[in-house]
Design a protein around this ligand. Structure first.
Ligand code: CU
Length: 156
């Protein structure tokens, strides 16, 4: 009697485990993706590497001319990651964090989301990815480098 009870419990546990491991295709996935506003930088001294002169137009590019010691610097403002892949129907939360740059006036095209991300702050943006396609996460201050792609794959 006691042994049968143990087997029943074991079977129950196994079936519960299988159910959790293989959710049905109809279940929407909850996605939480951290997106940072960052500014990768580089630099050199003119004695080793000549100052390159100019970068294309736009607030996303930063090029600092050589200082009194001959050091010059280059940087771009970007989102990290620069491509975000989700599936149609996913419940998406994008957690934006401002690391570099004082302010990022941001728009997510196609999903009508607009906000200002400030350094040291977190902006959580939640939505159901109900429109498949390719959308842009644009910072108006740091064009054209600070644009990420939101890719919503259609349901199969
Ligand atoms: Cu920006």
């Amino acid at each position: 009697m006691r042994r049968v009870g143990m087997q029943a419990l074991l079977a129950l546990g196994l079936s519960a485990g299988i159910t959790l491991a293989a959710p049905s295709a109809a279940d929407a996935a909850k996605r939480h993706i951290v997106v940072t506003a960052v500014e990768p930088k580089g630099g050199a001294n003119v004695e080793k590497e000549a100052f390159p002169g100019a970068l294309p137009e736009g607030g996303g590019y930063v090029l600092k001319a050589p200082d009194e010691k001959g050091r010059w610097e280059v940087a771009v403002y970007v989102w990290d990651p620069r491509q975000i892949h989700v599936d149609e129907g996913d419940e998406v939360t994008l957690e934006f964090i401002g690391i570099n740059g004082a302010s990022h006036p941001t728009t997510i095209t196609g999903y009508d989301k607009t906000f200002e991300l400030k350094r040291g702050e977190v902006n959580k943006v939640s939505f159901v990815a109900d429109k498949p396609g390719r959308f842009e996460i644009i910072c108006a201050a740091h064009h054209p480098t600070m644009v990420a792609e939101l890719i919503v794959a259609p349901k199969k």
